[in-house]
Each structure stands twice: as structure tokens, then as C-alpha cells.
Design a binder for this molecule. Sequence first.
Ligand SMILES: [Zn+2]
Length: 206
Amino acid sequence: MGPLAFEIAATIRHDGQGGVADGLATVELAEAWVQANASLVGEVLGRSFDASLLVVDDGVREQLVGVRRAVRSLFARAVSPALPSKADASRLLDPAAALRRLNEAADKLGTAHLDWPEEGEPVTRWSPESSDPLDLLVGAIGRSGIDFLAGPERLRLRACPAARCVKYFLQDDPRQTWCSPSCGNRERVNRHYQRKHAGQALASDL
Ligand SMILES: [Zn+2]
């Protein structure tokens, strides 16, 4: 798993059949995403996040989709001049609007204080103005986006260039081109096929 902001961006992925699957398309999917990522939310907050306190309805889903759009718009900027993910390249927020949206989300966590329990490690504790679990969730995603984009991991962010892939991924090694071995294999097969057909077209012209 990547950081929380990366995980929400990854809810847009290829469906394996040339289309795009949206992991936040329905309230049920959004609820499942929140549950699956509760521990990452807790890591950002510096304390555990109880996903069961949040009633996921369409309003919550829309908030998640909104902050995801800001994150993905900034991911597009981060990989530039390489091309962004094709899934939402035509409906990205402009950078200023995306920054505003992400910062507003992060504001919900309030101020950072240092807490250093006698028996334990120093940790960042946030002092949110509300204990609304939606504010905490959106705030954690915003905060995670800021830390990710302002930190060293941004330099490893890539948009997979495979024809049917729409994924952002974190490059493990400078030679890694594709998000996964299956994208690499599929592209090699495609290129081989295209070369073969280009060769045949040439032969029939002669
Ligand atoms: Zn891929």
C-alpha cells in the first residue's frame, strides 16, 4: 500500500477490458474503501480512526470524489511533462483550484502539535475543530496529499504509459516503465503485433 492520498488516487483503475473502473462509483464501494483504508487514516491522524462511526452516504462519496480529483490533478502536474493518466486527463482541475481544494481538506485537521508520551515515540497530534469523522477522513486525505507531494516520493510517481492502463504508480527502480508486469507483457505483445502488421502492409505495397 502507498500513502493514503495515493490509495484514493488508485481508486480509478483499468477494468481489464479496456475500460475504467471507479472504486468510488457507488456508496457501497466508497464505504468499503473507507473501511479498507481506516488504518492509513489513523496513521495520518496519529490516533486510531473508527470507520464504523462514519455513515457513508452520497454526500460523503461526493466529498471523497472531490478530494480525489484534486489529488489526481496534482498527480498529473507531478508527472508532467510526461502524459497524465488517460482516465481523467480531460477533466482535471487547474493547479490553483486543486491546491486550494487539497489545502482546504487538510485544514480540517487543525494545528499540528508534538506529543511525546513518556513511554514512546514523539508523534504529531492534530487538534481538529470538530470530531466529525468525515472531517477527519477528508482532512487526513488532504494532509497525506500535502506530505506526499512535498516529499521525496513525488519523484517516484509515474503514469503507466500502457495503452489501456490509467494507473499512477510509484516507481520502484529507475528502469521500471510499467505499473505492473502484466502491463509490460501486454505492451510487448501489442508492439510485436503492430510491427508484424506494419511489415505485412509494407510487403503488400511492393
Ligand atoms: Zn499499467
